[in-house]
Design a protein around this ligand. Sequence first.
Ligand code: G6P
Ligand code: BGC
Ligand code: BGC
Length: 923
Amino acid sequence: MDSIGSEGLQQGEEALSCPEEGLPQPSDSSELVQDCLQQFKVTVAQLQQIQASLLRSMEQALRGQASPVPAVRMLPTYVGSTPHGTEQGDFVVLELGATGASLRVLWVTLTGIGGHRVEPRSQEFVIPQDVMLGAGQQLFDFAARCLSEFLDAQPVSKQGLQLGFSFSFPCHQTGLDRSTLISWTKGFRCSGVEGEDVVQLLRDAIQRQGAYNIDVVAVVNDTVGTMMGCELGARPCEVGLVVDTGTNVCYMEEARDVAVLDEDRGRVCVSVEWGSFSDDGALGPVLTTFDHTLDHESLNPGAQRFEKMIGGLYLGELVRLVLAHLTQRGVLFRGCPSPALLSQGSILLEHVAEMEDPSAGAARVHAILQDLGLSPEASDVELVQRVCAAVCTRAAQLCAAALAAVLSRLQHSREQQTLQVAVATGGRVCERHPRFCSILQGTVMLLAPECNVSFIPSVDGGGQGVAMVTAVAARLAAHRRLLEETLAPFRLNHDQLAAVQAQMRKAMAKGLRGESSSLRMLPTYVRATPDGSERGDFLALDLGGTNFRVLLVRVTTSVQITSQIYSIPESVAQGSGQQLFDHIVDCIVDFQQKQGLSGQSLPLGFTFSFPCRQLGLDQGILLNWTKGFNASDCEGQDVVSLLREAIKRRQAVELNVVAIVNDTVGTMMSCGYEDPRCEIGLIVGTGTNACYMEELRNVAGVPGDSGHMCINMEWGAFGDDGSLDTLSTCFDASVDQASINPGKQRFEKMISGMYLGEIVRHILLHLTSLGVLFRGQQTQRLQTRDIFKTKFLSEIESDSLALRQVRAILEDLGLPLTSDDALMVLEVCQAVSQRAAQLCGAGVAAVVEKIRENRGLEELAVSVGVDGTLYKLHPHFSSLVAATVRELAPCCAVTFLQSEDGSGKGAALVTAVACRLAQSTRV
Ligand code: G6P
Ligand code: BGC
Ligand code: BGC
């Protein structure tokens, strides 16, 4: 029998002696009895006070209040929905702790057909006392042995069994299969378990047992199993109440009201753990001396005070303490106690339930008392029944007050005048005690009159419910495995990244030597970064990013910029070259008019962010369009000439195009103006690319062995020779095939803003087709190209509002999602952007190592000027790039400078340098 201590009463021989004379007068004894039983009377006002105080504690805990520590824990259980009824499969259920010194193993078959139930097969095992109080490993090994013993008797395979673990103790859950025990209750006190993940302890024990391959996929509290196991026709139960050896309740709370969860929608099942409720103000007046004695002698004095007034483990003991008290005052059994009456735990719940059962009759009570070594008289029998009734009535009333608090909370959080709710009840006190449930229901109606409550006895103690949760967990675990399999190719390890770095180095060397390489390493004729002596007014154009800008750049001791953004309609970007350049000149003229520059012929620097073979600073042959541009009659043409022809077509406009630069070069120059160590330009925006200052001696095709030349790597095309195919996934292939330049810009299509959203969309489509997402419902919207913008990744991955952001975005896309869906979409975005940032980091590492080796340095300190919407807006991209560079180029101290003014300023500075050089050669 579970242990609960024995002092507070006279002990030993003298306690067992029967008083010869001095038994109390009948009047005194009824007073004594009255006093005793009166202590167990709880008034409606006291019940309402307990109801109110418990509700207060519940809301304090939901808000995450830390001090004073709320009296109840309100533990989220990761059960986010009541059963769909579609769950199916065979599951093993292990129940530990619900029914005291026994554990139960069940084999549950879910048919997936609502209302069609297959009777579970089960077996109960008594847990030896020394196991309940011994080492935790011993307890879990015992459980694993019982599992095998049960399964040995079942016609089942030894492989691929899925188990739901009903563990009826207060636990912090961090997932459906991760749960840390907070503290033991109810006669258990195994060492080495509190603070540990009980699922892992069970998995380890099953492993040690080695008989069956069992996957523990879910752990649930017994109240959750009780709630999930019951149905009221179409309406599922939303409250699970257990009164067995211990007592507790769970219910479906609004997720937004559970502070610890980052959720703003849907519901989550919360285990209240009301057993620990103790509010001296509310409970103090109803606690009797017997409660204090019981608590004092229990395994966990001061803890679970509320449970010790209601739980079946304690009701018998309370009755015993009262009977022993009355006996030693001579009121009962002629003042002759028996050893059993004086020994703790000798009166069980079953005894109390029977003795109270009006159908049991006096004879049965007599028999039970005789079994306890007592010689009851008829008056004793009647008084014992009154004591049992007093103890159990109070227990049921207190339980009702607590349940009424939960119902008030539900009513409040659902903003409902009248609450319709079904409460599943489980546990032997509910099942076996003759009057407990009727008193409970009657008192609830008294305390929560505006709630229409249906009480649904759980059919199998929650086994079915645990199997339901296990089925959900199994489905989610299967989904998680499919998600991991799908995302695994995106998780690049050190060796893979180092291989990309090495591949890029090789391609750089070949490109510089003018050999065929996916990296064209284009000389830019920019030989120096600005030295601060530049002066003058310059016009600049910035084409190729998200926006087309025209800028007026005034360079004095500092740089002032006036700019205007103009749109480039897709029809123009993919129209004729003439149309495109005429549109550019229109914008320039409009800008000049607005800035009062009309008729002035300022030197102009043209940031043209596409691969150009430059023949000089103001001559650049477009090699091929990228990033959704595809204007005809431009590839193979000198872009500066195309611009000059457009200027000519527009009479009365004078423009002096001095330089054409790539946006990477413009960005490097712009940042170089502030930090002379800036010798690399990096763009991660619509497209991606990098440039850097290379030793002229290494640049084939450009005369000269000394000095430097800025090289536009055009790394977007890296891998177009297949060197990245090992890393490319089917999703990359889908994006590439759907692009206007299939087979081209492979590196760019794994990194840049124009493509990441599409990669994510294809992965979401794939996961939906596997039934992992959106319940397998493909929506038209998600099949729409470019519907999932890359900026969504930045929003979704923002640390602050992750899941809410995901919901908002996906609901705007008309996608019905569950919280699990939201989490998975977040993980997909993280995997895609992480790969992009790591690949980008591997590229930068290749460049800085090239410069370090160029200069034969042990250590290199260098800065990188960076621009591009993805790099600037994504919450983690820049730090992931920097981390990858540190990992792959540890001898380089790399500083990333975000360009504030874009590369238009850089183009103007290149123009200014050109003008200064031209000036100096003229004088
Ligand atoms: C800035 C620069 C542009 C560059 C762009 C890339 O705006 O001024 O020259 O092309 O960044 O980023 P984006 O995200 O706009 O493609
Ligand atoms: C435990 C709860 C459990 C209840 C009923 C309490 O002692 O703390 O987790 O639900 O007993 O078994
Ligand atoms: C272009 C590069 C440009 C990069 C960033 C790529 O698509 O080929 O020239 O630097 O995008 O805008």
